[in-house]
Every structure is written in structure tokens, then in C-alpha cells.
Design a protein around this ligand. Structure first.
Ligand code: CIR
Length: 254
């Protein structure tokens, strides 16, 4: 897939009060802004048009825009985020999406779905069942995707927070996999770049056109990705990691 557009959102000061399960400490807001700015610059280097939304202090986690939607070039699906404090993030995202898409679907209650649980690999989507995405939300998305001519497979997560916490698709039939996905039957048909336990955070990387962007400090993963023929960009992600966020979470790409 070639991406032309990305949507990002500056984190607000309230970010430090967002949801997290990690015990890495309180994010430093100044560092966070520097890291977010570097993320935006990296995307620009990947030759995409960046739509940069301003911070919204009412939603501490709203910089993680990926969770609000599932996008292809042809259509958008507005998600229904499973965390109560995040659900209304879609209210601000939907009008932004109408600038780009004529066809917009929505995931409806009792279905819940976070975009972070959805991975596209060419014509095939994988949908994770997590603490955020329930069976009804996954079923609704699968139905929408099948109507649009895609395949969809639903996957029960065991340990990972979101599906994409542990897996990324780089194109050319190559999957980056960690933990429970390394031997998962659903991903048997792919060539795999296996991420070791201590490098697990780097499984959340993103291919954007000519580059793979990955978090800084994961030399082993970087070598494997470069060994597969990709150019890489490394980004410091410490302040996002503190709130359970990764590289994919920070943008919607289409
Ligand atoms: C949350 O708990 O919702 C945020 N603190 C982190 C969301 C990360 N998003 C993602 O993995 N797609």
C-alpha cells in the first residue's frame, strides 16, 4: 500500500493523566512534545501529507489517534473505543474524516473496537479481541470489511494490550511478530521477522512508503528489518511508552 495521508494530533498537557498499565513513571511533557514533533518530521520524510490536529485537553489519550478509526483508501470505519475515557475522541475525529472520505461506516454499541486492534496486510485484515475490542465490535468490522471485498480474521489476544502491540506488517508478505504471535497459526503464511522478548516494544513499528519507522534502542530488530531490505528511521518513544503507546498508535495512515 502506498500512503498519501496521515492524521496526527498533538498531545495535551493532560496526557500525563492518561490511561496506563506500565510502571515506567510519569511522562515529561516537554520531552513528549519533542518526541511527537520528531514523529511528524519522520512521517514527512516518508512523503505523506500530514494533517496535524491540535491538542484537546479533555481527552488525555487522544494523541493516540489510531484507536479512533480504521482507514483504507476507499472508505473509513469510525471505531467505538472500548475505554470510557476515550470513547468521545471519535466525536472530534469524524468530521476530520469527512474531509477525506465519502463512505464512512461506524462501529455501534454494544460493539466496541479500538483501531489499535486492527492490522491490515494487503487484502486481509486481522482483528484482535482485547480488553478494548469485544466480539460484537470485531464482528461488525469483519462484516464491513467483507462487504468491501476484504478478508478478515478475528484473533483472541492472550497477553498483548492491543493486536498491534505485538505485530506489524511491512508489505512483501513480511510480518514482524513478537510473543504470542510468533507461532500463531493465523500468521503461518507470512515470512516472519521475529522480535525477541527483550525487544518486544519494537514489534510496534510502521512501514510508511520507503521507510520502516521503529523505536530507538532496539538494535537487534533494526538489523533484522534492514536485513530484509528496508530503510529505517529510529525514533525516541520513551514518553509514549510510559502510557502504553507505540509508533502505530500516533497516526492514522491512508
Ligand atoms: C490507552 O490506554 O488507550 C492509551 N494510554 C494507549 C493507547 C495506545 N494505542 C494503541 O496501541 N493503538
Amino acid at each position: 500500500v502506498i500512503f498519501r495521508n496521515v492524521i496526527v494530533k498533538t498531545p495535551g498537557k493532560s496526557y500525563v493523566n492518561g490511561l496506563t498499565t506500565s510502571d515506567l513513571g510519569i511522562p515529561d511533557y516537554n520531552q513528549l512534545l519533542i518526541q511527537h514533533e520528531a514523529y511528524v518530521e519522520a512521517l514527512k520524510k516518508c512523503d505523506v501529507e500530514v494533517t496535524h490536529l491540535p491538542a484537546n485537553e479533555d481527552y488525555p489519550d487522544s494523541t493516540f489517534v489510531e484507536d479512533t478509526a480504521v482507514l483504507t483508501r476507499q472508505f473509513a470505519v469510525v471505531a467505538n473505543p472500548g475505554a470510557a475515557s476515550r470513547n468521545a475522541e471519535i466525536v472530534e475525529m469524524e468530521p476530520v474524516l469527512t474531509n477525506f472520505f465519502h463512505k464512512i461506516y461506524t462501529i455501534k454499541y454494544p460493539g466496541t473496537l479500538d483501531g489499535g486492534d486492527v492490522l491490515q496486510a494487503d487484502q486481509h485484515f486481522y482483528i484482535g479481541l482485547s480488553t478494548r475490542t469485544n466480539e460484537e465490535g470485531a464482528r461488525q468490522l469483519k462484516e464491513i470489511l467483507e462487504t468491501e471485498g476484504y478478508k478478515a480474521t478475528i484473533i483472541q489476544l492472550k497477553e498483548f494490550f492491543h493486536l498491534k502491540t505485538g505485530i506489524a506488517y511491512l508489505g512483501n508478505n513480511i510480518m514482524v511478530v513478537a510473543g504470542e504471535f510468533i507461532d500463531h497459526p493465523a500468521f503461518e503464511q507470512y515470512e516472519k521477522i521475529v522480535v525477541s522478548k527483550k525487544n518486544e516494544y519494537s514489534a510496534n513499528c510502521i512501514r510508511v512508503n520507503d521507510y520502516v519507522i521503529l523505536p530507538k534502542g532496539y538494535e537487534e530488530t533494526k538489523k533484522k528489518i534492514e536485513g530484509a531490505g528496508f530503510k529505517t528511521i529510529e525514533l525516541e518513544m520513551s514518553e509514549f511508552q510510559k502510557q502504553d503507546g507505540g509508533l502505530s498508535c500516533l497516526s492514522l495512515r491512508f
